[in-house]
Ligand binder design. Structure first.
Ligand SMILES: C[S@@+](CC[C@H](N)C(=O)[O-])C[C@H]1O[C@@H](n2cnc3c(N)ncnc32)[C@H](O)[C@@H]1O
Length: 319
């Protein structure tokens, strides 16, 4: 446990693809960087260490407990690092309020941290018994409990299908509804596990997709990502770098499509004879293929296995 922190904060978080983040951000002395998902501050520290002379960093996180850890861990950078509790949907507003535009680089390291997963009060994991919460920020109103206990069956199945890509979403939704009230993570995990016939022969726990779906829905993660990416382009200066690490195909698809669209001049349907959209490229994609961790990193940090990094550079004179 880190000294002087909330007793709930017990585990550090190992940042993934750290060298690649620093490389693709092209970190330089005197640079201005934004970490949209500061977490425990691992990437933020690597950025500051790589560009030490006069570099500054603005770190956002929706989770006040994560920022407690980050503040402790990043204290050696003094005033050069400023931390703000905010959802990255608010990126542009936060940057303008802090006089932090334009910037040389913006980082997103999506999803949740090992600290959040291990926090027994948060309900993100199915290994420990916890209330069904899953909010990144206590200021959010929707909880996993509300989705699990109050949504009617089509709406519940839709969440599990859309955000978990779970083929058995309807069966799971019906089983949940039959078992209501569902109060804890372990109760939910065993309902899903029983519905799918247990762990036999599966690479991942049967409840993994359902838990992912609930977390994404509670935090409206995909919509937040779309808004955050657009705002990142607004706050980047010419030649500034955007780096995004995602952990599942739903996030990665949004990032890939965003970079593809913003790297093209015209986005009219292919059958349109003359361009009517007027769209102008704002980015140049730097990663032709997605960047994944090597075997050494995945052996040292199994959580990194599903990490995928994509990066782009803002074009000169792009809006
Ligand atoms: C994978 S962790 C980041 C770890 C961090 N890069 C490090 O080195 O410790 C993701 C963090 O993003 C935060 N987060 C997720 N979605 C967010 C959003 N829309 N706005 C702000 N923070 C968000 C989570 O609370 C979590 O702390």
């Amino acid at each position: 446990m880190v000294a002087n922190l909330s007793p709930r904060v017990t585990l550090a978080h190992a940042p993934v693809l750290t060298e690649e983040v620093v490389q693709y951000l092209a970190v330089r002395p005197g640079g201005r960087y934004i970490d949209c998902t500061t977490g425990a501050g691992g990437h933020a520290a690597a950025i500051m260490d790589a560009g030490p002379q006069g570099s500054v960093l603005l770190g956002l996180d929706a989770d006040p407990l994560a920022l407690e850890v980050a503040a402790h861990y990043l204290s050696r950078f003094g005033d050069s690092v400023k931390l703000v509790e905010a959802n990255f949907r608010e990126l542009e507003r936060v940057c303008r309020q802090n006089n932090f535009v334009p910037v040389h680089g913006v980082l997103f390291d999506l999803g949740l941290s090992s600290m959040q997963l291990a926090d027994e009060a948060r309900g993100f994991g199915f290994q420990v018994e916890a209330p069904l919460d899953m909010r990144f920020s206590p200021s959010q109103t929707l909880t996993a409990s509300e989705i699990v206990n109050d949504y009617e069956d089509t709406k519940l199945a839709d969440v599990i299908w859309r955000y978990g890509e779970e083929a058995a979403s309807r069966r799971i939704a019906r089983a949940i509804i039959r078992s209501r009230p569902v109060e804890t993570t372990t109760q939910l995990a065993s309902i899903v596990s029983r519905t799918l016939g247990g762990q036999h022969g599966r690479r991942i726990h049967p409840a993994t997709r359902t838990f992912q779906a609930l977390r994404i829905a509670v935090n409206d993660e995909l919509e937040a990502l779309e808004v955050g990416l657009e705002q990142a382009v607004h706050v980047l200066g010419s030649g500034g770098r955007l780096v995004v690490i995602s952990f599942h195909s739903l996030e990665d698809r949004i990032v890939k499509q965003f970079l593809a669209r913003e790297s093209r001049d015209c986005v009219c349907p292919p059958e349109t004879p003359v361009c009517t959209c007027g769209h102008r490229a704002r980015l140049k994609t730097l990663t032709k293929r997605v960047v994944s961790p090597g075997p050494d990193e995945t052996a040292a940090n199994p959580r990194s296995r599903s990490a995928r990094l994509r990066a782009a550079e803002k074009l000169t004179d792009a809006a």
